[in-house]
Design a protein around this ligand. Structure first.
Ligand SMILES: [Mn+2]
Length: 454
């Protein structure tokens, strides 16, 4: 079946779910995931319920475990809408929640579980691969479209959500995402152009964009404002225009951009990156952000425990972003230097490097920290980081591989290891990035089992 027919099949299912929402007169609570995709999915539904003049509220959660479900069961809502979350927790939801439940998710569903008050919209039921072809925000958009024609304006968020969930390998969207992108371009809410992929292309002074860039990481330039200015002036690129304004990347001439691209590509290859990853399609949004850039801003909001700020940005607010990003950068830099300082205690096997920072690096940033270390500090293809979780009962495990590492599905391995550890441990993910939560003290067991599975 081609992508268009699959979308039609999903839209037909959405119409049924939409009816239940339309009929609902009481208080609706939207519960969405706290990452970029979840924030976009939440924002799409939020805006749609606003169009429909519903009585509603929204909340974002890190995970939907049994504790969260029981807490929700004690609240006084008339309907719950789970977005970008819930398809894997149907049996627990069924057990504890009596009111009507809508689940709008793209994770593999527990198909055997269903009940009268469940309205479940999931791409797998329409033969769509929810890992690569559509995000939680994409599914939310399909639902929103059948609730209100005004919601068609939110299509850009469906693409941002997909980018946030890494559904654009090498900068390209596939299947349903590609169809949605074409619609978004046609509607004029996303504009595609080719060029240097540097965050802040339209939103930041160029020297700031260079200073904040970690990809490539250039010694004495990355994280160094005057170094960045000097770097540009050595290339013959002025940082201020004739009127005295800061120049942005989008203000450069084609020649200047080419010169800058060449140097950055060389630097990127020198630190282990691919030659072609810095040049490609830029997907410009109405708010001047690039799609990838905006999704990483939303991700930072979630990880800074401020998803509501991300929601506001999706709904059109624009102030205060630099502050939140600055805080986030500081946190990451602190995490990276903390990990580097404990290099001697890394456990290194011939397959992977294990960084056991379960009492020092926060669970929200451990994944990003090991991704950075994997570029320059680590020899093995796979890196595993252990981060601390508030409350002290759990440890967060993040696993990342270099783009070259092939043949291992990290998500599968992590899921099996977590199952072997037991005691409530759980995990999963994708082939190149995965995560788990394990009981405190089982770090070394994870190391042993994981290494054996590899
Ligand atoms: Mn998602």
């Amino acid at each position: 079946m081609d992508a268009k027919r699959k979308v039609q099949a999903l839209a037909d299912m959405a119409a049924y779910v939409a009816q239940a929402i339309q009929k609902e007169k009481g208080h609706i609570k939207i519960v969405s995931h706290f990452d970029a995709d979840g924030i976009c999915a939440g924002a799409i539904i939020y805006k749609t319920l606003e169009y429909l003049c519903k009585d509603f509220e929204i909340t974002f959660i890190k995970q939907l475990g049994i504790d969260e479900i029981i807490e929700l069961s004690h609240e006084h809502n008339s309907m719950l809408i789970f977005a970008d979350i819930g398809s894997g927790q149907l049996s627990q939801i069924k057990e504890h929640i009596q009111i009507p439940v809508v689940v709008v998710d793209h994770h593999p569903p527990d198909t055997s579980c269903t009940w009268d008050n469940l309205y479940h919209l999931n791409p797998y039921h329409a033969g769509i691969d929810g890992t690569n072809e559509i995000s939680g925000a994409g599914v939310a958009y399909i639902l929103a479209r059948s609730l209100s024609t005004q919601s068609k304006k939110q299509i850009d968020l469906a693409i941002v959500g997909a980018a946030g969930d890494r559904q654009c390998p090498n900068g390209k969207f596939l299947g349903v995402n590609q169809l949605l992108l074409e619609d978004a371009e046609y509607a004029g809410v996303i504009r595609c152009e080719k060029g240097l992929k540097l965050f802040g292309r339209y939103t930041r002074p160029l020297h700031k964009a260079i200073e904040y860039c970690n990809n490539p990481f250039i010694e004495n330039v990355s994280g160094n404002e005057s170094g960045a200015v000097q770097f540009l002036s050595e290339l013959g690129i002025t940082v201020i225009d004739k009127k005295g304004n800061w120049r942005r990347l989008c203000d450069l001439t084609a020649d200047e951009e080419k010169k800058l691209s060449t140097v950055l590509v060389v630097e990127n290859v020198a630190c282990g990156g691919r030659a072609d990853e810095l040049i490609g399609t830029i997907y410009k949004l109405k708010n001047d952000y690039d799609v990838m850039e905006f999704s990483s801003v939303l991700n930072a909001c979630g990880r800074q425990e401020n998803p509501l700020f991300g929601l506001k940005m999706c709904l059109g607010a624009c102030g205060g972003v630099e502050d939140i990003l600055l805080e986030y950068r500081k946190k990451i830099a602190k995490g990276v230097s903390c990990a580097r300082n404990m290099k001697k205690s890394f456990v290194v096997t011939d397959k992977a490097t294990y960084i056991i920072a379960s009492s020092r690096i926060d669970e929200n940033i451990i994944g990003t920290v090991i991704s950075i270390l994997l570029k320059r500090d680590i020899k093995t293809d796979i890196c595993v980081g252990f981060g601390c979780v508030k409350g002290g009962k759990w440890v967060k495990v993040s696993v990342r591989s270099k783009s070259k590492a092939k043949g291992v599905n990290l998500g599968e391995v992590v899921r099996k290891v977590a199952a072997d550890i037991g005691c409530g441990a759980f995990g999963g993910g994708h082939s190149g990035a995965a995560g788990a939560k394990i009981p405190k003290g089982s770090d070394m067991r994870f190391v042993k089992l994981f290494d054996a599975f590899l």
